[in-house]
Design a binder for this molecule. Structure first.
Ligand code: ADP
Ligand code: G6P
Length: 482
């Protein structure tokens, strides 16, 4: 039977060795959580890195690690410490990530790291080529593997390849600053179909292809050598059923409450008008966490009537903590939380509850379902699935989503309160509006959002991508036979 080979830098499970024991955790981030549902349902294999370096994997542990990986229908690509340093922490997260999110001032261009990027993309190609059987389809994901489609196509022109970028594709003016721009674009063009979250990212990509490679672009089709490469947008959805069902189970009075839920309840019951404002992100500078904290402070100063009536519950999940910019952000966040809590706290009220950790799924549901408002305000974000997950868990259709215009998700979520994350005024007015919004209005907005997200869930997203990939293949066959 033909299979689909999913390829991404990280596997959906992360393995670490702690005190000689294996610790297996689910990967965080939109790519892993979204694709996990697609992978679980399908017939296929997921190729990626397990989280352990070759140096840490001794002969005793190898069979145990392999067993975990195989049981999860995965196949590992081995990375050395040097690969992790130069390819992952280096080129992927100190060059491509900041550049594609418009953080030019954080972007480093280092030839040695570019060489590591090429080397590791080749390592991935080797494992994928080894896995491919006739008739298989390969679906490559994200910015860590932009060269991979062409590396596979060179060796296996018969294989259908899809590529999806989970982060923004920047405008031509930003992309043209990148020293290896031709190589990166031609790497991507090895795919038969290239997908983005939004039409804007698609447009930026096509403009770079036209202006840098000077290729013929006809609407959304690129003629490249003797092939046609199709480009399209597919806004990624969530596993709607998983989140809404989990919220229903959570609401059931027979369900045992978690310790976190008990703690949330104690505070929710302090006063009838105590409101929770939730924010959840990986601790990443693209997520606009310091802006959000300053804006919350501004809000408390501008609308002092909300003091002791609202609480910001902020979950920041540790991420890429070996990259200096992330360490700086951690310090800045800690300082801001400390300063704001110091400034406003009273004997019975702390304005910000800050968790810096990864919480299990059940606790995410506790947070989503206990919050009156979700404040999701990245300064730049490819999609943002947290915003969608919040909506899916609102079983009573109450609650308000405040969402940044700079998140890809904003394109499909007009019924949220959309704000510019750089405007303190926007934040304060949006919070006041959300806190005073009549229940009927909350419900009518939520109803529309839920209907849309339920219809276009992650399964539908993958289905649409595959349908388009299949159709692209047919155009290819016609083009070749002419
Ligand atoms: P990004 O991909 O940039 O991290 P998204 O908002 O698109 O941002 O995706 C974040 C994903 O990570 C969501 O699906 C969310 O449920 C998940 N997530 C957030 N916090 C945790 C956590 N503590 N443990 C596991 N998954 C988490
Ligand atoms: C985003 C990226 C993913 C990445 C995830 C977590 O969602 O699009 O490719 O896996 O963040 O980041 P990490 O560096 O821990 O893999």
């Amino acid at each position: 039977m033909n299979k689909t080979i999913i390829v991404s830098n990280r596997l959906p499970l992360q393995i670490a060795i702690e005190e000689d024991k294996l610790n297996v955790t689910p990967s965080v981030g939109g790519l892993a959580t979204g694709m996990k549902s697609v992978h679980a349902d399908g017939n296929g294999v997921w190729v990626g890195w397990s989280g352990i370096t070759d140096e840490d994997l001794d002969e005793d542990l190898k069979p145990k690690v392999n067993e975990k990986i195989e049981n999860a229908k995965c196949k590992a690509v081995g990375l050395t410490e040097a690969d992790v340093e130069d390819f992952y922490l280096g080129f992927s997260n100190r060059t491509l990530w900041p550049l594609f999110h418009y953080f030019l001032e954080y972007t480093k261009f280092e030839t040695e790291q570019w060489d590591a990027y090429k080397r590791v993309n080749e390592k991935f190609a080797e494992v994928v080529l080894d896995t491919i059987e006739e008739g298989d389809t390969v679906w490559v994901h994200d910015y860590q593997l932009l060269l991979l489609p062409q590396l596979i196509k060179d060796k296996r022109p018969d294989v259908t390849i899809g590529f999806f970028l989970h982060i923004p594709f920047p405008s031509y003016e930003i992309f043209r600053t990148f020293p290896w721009r031709q190589e990166l674009l031609t790497g991507m063009l090895g795919a038969d179909l290239i997908g983005f979250h939004t039409y804007d990212y698609e447009r930026h990509f096509l403009s770079s292809v036209k202006r840098i490679l000077r290729l013929d672009v006809n609407f959304n089709e690129i003629t490249y050598h003797d092939r046609i490469v199709k480009v399209d947008s597919f806004p990624m959805g969530i596993d709607y059923g998983k989140f809404s069902n989990a919220a229903l189970v959570h609401d059931n009075p027979d369900t045992k409450k978690s310790e976190l839920q008990k703690r949330l309840d104690t505070h929710l019951n302090e006063g009838d008008d105590q409101k929770f404002i939730l924010s959840i992100d990986r601790l990443d500078y693209t997520k606009g966490i310091p802006n959000r904290l300053r804006a919350f402070e501004h809000f408390l100063n501008t609308y002092p009537q909300y003091k002791e009536k609202v609480r910001l519950v902020m979950l920041a999940v540790p991420s890429r903590s070996n990259v200096p910019q992330y360490q700086k952000l951690k310090r800045e966040t800690d300082e801001l939380v400390g300063r704001i809590n110091g400034e406003f706290s009273t004997v019975s009220w702390t304005p910000i509850w800050y968790f810096y950790r990864s919480l299990p799924f059940e606790n995410l549901i506790d947070l989503y379902t206990s919050s009156d408002i979700a404040l999701i305000t990245p300064v730049r974000d490819g999609m943002n699935l947290v915003a969608k997950e919040y909506v899916a868990t609102r079983t009573k259709q109450d609650g308000v989503l405040i969402l940044s215009e700079m998140a890809g998700a904003a394109k499909e979520m007009n019924e949220a309160i959309l704000i510019n994350p750089n405007s303190l005024e926007d934040f304060a007015t949006a919070l006041d509006k959300a806190l005073t919004m009549p229940l009927e209005e909350q419900q009518s907005r939520m109803k529309i959002l839920q209907k849309r997200l339920k219809r276009y869930d992650v399964e539908k997203w993958a289905e649409e991508f595959f349908k388009t990939l299949e159709a692209t293949n047919q155009i290819q066959e016609v083009a070749v036979s002419k």
